[in-house]
Design a protein around this ligand. Structure first.
Ligand code: GDP
Length: 701
């Protein structure tokens, strides 16, 4: 009977204890074969009876139209299946750097990782990146050298590359039998046996004589590394004693858990060679939630930190790690249970929101299929539809024991694009649909820029935002174009001036009369706009002064150079005159506005532009290129300090020059650089550049 169906009856759910679960995240540079590997795993387990293909768009994991179109994974997907009486939750993640949020969510909820490396390309930029994340998360980790069947596949070359660029602790557990079109299987270094064949149809064979020497030497390296976890075995080994396979297995498991060894496996996902042996190793050597022990959580009621045990009869704690808005089903929340048991048709407490949630039918998701389950225990992963307030990162728990698990380390958005709806109807729908999109993707943000009259979509990169725009269309029927956002320029004056305006219309009927003298003074950057008055003797009657201020304020919204808002000046109303019958609020408002315009024109106006502070982190070898590029962007480098093979560069640059910096930095550093940016201050635009901006703006208006 299947583990899933056991859950349905609900009687024997505790058979599925946390020692029998493995949560494993697949990571790699884009295209190394994660999705294909996930597919081969499902095929080996018998969950699917036809091996899907990325090129045909038929894999279980990549079913989203945007994924099929681009042939890349965009969403993490959960692939649960059974293997040797264990439940495996394999999390396939996107390799493309724009979707790193999904990778972070996958890393957060797993006890182990498999880093897939292409046997032809070796360690790529994305491999180093995911390696960094795995190391940061301190996750036990396997490597899988994939595509051994491909022309130019070179296991030993790639192994050298892995040990040089990732870690010397990456040691083979297997060696390939044959290579490229002759790739047939692997030698298991622990068992000292060869296995050839595809899927689960494996045949045990003698170790080919050409490999005998390598098998002996790599086995020795492995044994020496793993027995480090057991002093007694080290002594026995040093004295020339034998170490049994079982003892070795125990040591491997512990060495993997302590990250003393990262075993390297080899195979072909496409041909389904040696994949089943990799899955065996997942069950044998990667830790279960139970083996990893308690995790930390905060008790919301007491504020105290608690440890949460991965057992089924503890109070519930479950972390929501992904939210999907399905147009048919509604909102689906994916969660990982850390302690206790969650049941279908029950109540849970959202500790973040302080609200009860009705938990309907639970299910396990596999690609686009959903299987209902009655309960899920500590360590397991599942989903539930239609939670009302729960968002990604929230903890579901028991009301009487409110817990908050640590959230997910999502990266901040770095690229902003303006969203231009294609029609009025699209504009109307945007305000309800954009928040839904952001709910699904915490690395996406919507920002309303009242100032420039634009709605900005902020994300990780160009592809990320393009996919978001496509999703708006395919999921919600809202059509938009994306463009670079406008720069919020400002205008100001550079010399103090006085300006007079008399608004007078006294021909026939009720006349109009308002007359003001204004003084305009430049203020330091960042001061804003001030209005004061020092009218004496009622030259402008008190009751009209608010009207003058209103006129000035309205007029300052559009400067005289290019219609940008005016800042950093003080306007003082100091004189004027009035007419006992013809003066009115309206007349004084017009006089105030016109006097301001006159003053601005005389005050040698200039254009101001926003300048941002940037912190750019790049590998040392890219520093020269980055600084050279910053110089072409009118930036000032303020400082630099080294940190662990990287340089952290502090700079200031005009926003107009760095709107596309997320794209530029990625191409300059092959994706190895990161940066943050925040508004600093406004500065005068150099006159030649200002002239261009003014001409362009006046042409477009
Ligand atoms: P992902 O981006 O890491 O998920 O990689 P995919 O699974 O999408 O694979 C990228 C491409 O490599 C696809 O065209 C696969 O068919 C191909 N591929 C994956 N695994 C293998 C393999 O073992 N051998 C060969 N020859 N091609 C493979």
């Amino acid at each position: 009977m299947s583990l899933f169906s056991k859950c349905k009856g609900c009687k024997s759910v505790h058979h599925l204890d946390s020692t029998k679960i493995r949560n494993v995240v697949l990571l790699s540079h884009s295209g190394a074969g994660k999705t294909s590997l996930g597919e081969a795993m499902l095929f080996c387990s018998g969950v699917i009876n036809r091996l899907g293909n990325v090129a045909d768009g038929t894999t279980v994991s990549d079913y989203d139209p945007a994924e099929i179109k681009r042939q890349i994974s965009i969403n993490l997907s959960v692939l649960p299946y059974e293997w040797r009486n264990c439940k495996l939750n394999i999390i396939d993640t996107p390799g493309y750097p724009d979707f790193i949020g999904e990778v972070q969510a996958g890393l957060r909820i797993c006890e182990g990782a498999i880093v897939v490396v292409c046997a032809v390309s070796g360690v790529e930029v994305g491999t180093e990146q995911v390696w960094g994340y795995v190391s940061e998360a301190n996750l036990p980790c396997f490597l899988f050298v994939n595509k051994m069947d491909r022309e130019n596949a070179n296991f030993f070359g790639v192994l050298k590359d892995i040990q040089a660029k990732l870690s010397v602790k990456c040691l083979p557990m297997q060696l390939p039998i044959g290579s490229q079109k002759d790739f047939q299987g692997v030698v298991d270094l622990v068992k000292r046996k060869g296995y050839v064949g595809t899927g689960t149809q494996l045949r045990e064979v003698e170790i080919p004589s050409s490999l005998a020497e390598d098998v002996a030497s790599y086995r020795e390296k492995l044994v020496e590394a793993v027995i480090e976890v057991d002093d007694e075995l080290i002594n026995r080994y040093l004295e020339g004693g034998e170490i049994g396979d079982d003892e070795l297995y125990r040591c491997i498991k512990e060495a993997v858990k302590q990250r003393k060894v990262m075993p390297v496996f080899v195979g072909s996902a496409l041909k389904n060679i040696a994949v089943s042996l990799l899955v065996d190793a997942v069950v044998d050597h990667l830790p279960s939630p139970a083996a990893c022990g308690a995790v930390k959580a905060t008790n919301i009621a007491t504020g105290a930190e608690e440890t949460v045990e991965p057992v089924a009869d503890a109070p519930l704690s479950a972390l929501v790690f992904k939210t999907v808005n399905d147009p048919r089903v509604g909102k689906i929340s994916y969660f990982r249970v850390y302690s206790g048991t969650i049941s279908s048709n029950s109540q849970a407490w959202n500790s973040e929101k302080g609200t009860a949630e009705r938990v309907g039918q639970l299910f396990v998701v596999r690609g686009k299929t959903q299987e209902p389950v009655a309960q899920l225990v500590a360590g397991d992963v599942g989903a539930v539809a239609k939670l009302t307030v729960t968002a990604t990162g929230d903890t579901l728990c028991a009301r009487e024991h409110p817990l908050k698990l640590p959230g997910i380390n999502f990266p901040q958005p770095v690229l902003n694009m303006a969203v231009h709806p294609k029609s009025r109807a699209d504009l109307d729908k945007m305000s309800t649909v954009l928040p839904k999109l952001c709910e699904e993707d915490p690395t996406l943000r919507v920002q309303r820029e009242v100032d420039i009259g634009e709605i900005l979509l902020c994300g990780i990169g160009e592809t990320h935002l393009e996919v978001a725009a496509e999703r708006l269309s395919s999921k919600y029927g809202v059509e938009v174009n994306l463009g670079l956002p406008k720069v919020p320029y400002r205008e100001t004056i550079t010399v103090p001036v006085k300006a007079e305006y008399k608004h007078k219309k006294q021909t026939g009927g009720h006349g109009q009369y308002g007359h003001v003298f204004l003084e305009l003074e430049p203020l330091p950057r960042g001061s804003g706009f001030e209005f004061t008055e020092r009218v004496v003797g009622g030259a402008v009657p008190r009751n009209y002064i608010p009207a003058v201020e209103k006129g000035v304020n309205e007029a300052k919204a559009e400067g005289v150079l290019a219609g940008y808002p005016v800042v950093d000046i003080r306007v003082t109303l100091y004189d004027g005159s009035s007419h006992p019958v013809d003066s009115s609020d309206m007349s004084f408002k017009i006089a105030g506005a016109q006097a301001l315009k006159k003053g601005l024109a005389q005050g040698q106006p200039v254009l101001l532009e926003p300048v941002v502070n940037m912190t750019i982190t790049v590998p040392e070898s890219f520093t020269g290129d980055i600084i050279g590029d910053l110089n072409t962007k009118r930036a000032r480098v303020l400082g630099m300090r080294p940190a662990d093979g990287f340089n952290i560069i502090q700079a200031q640059a005009p926003l107009a020059e760095v709107l596309r910096y997320a794209i530029d930095l990625r191409s300059l550093t092959q994706g190895r650089g990161t940066f943050t940016m925040e508004f600093s201050h406004y500065e005068e635009v150099p006159s030649q550049i200002a002239q261009k901006i003014i001409t362009q703006r006046n042409q477009s208006q």
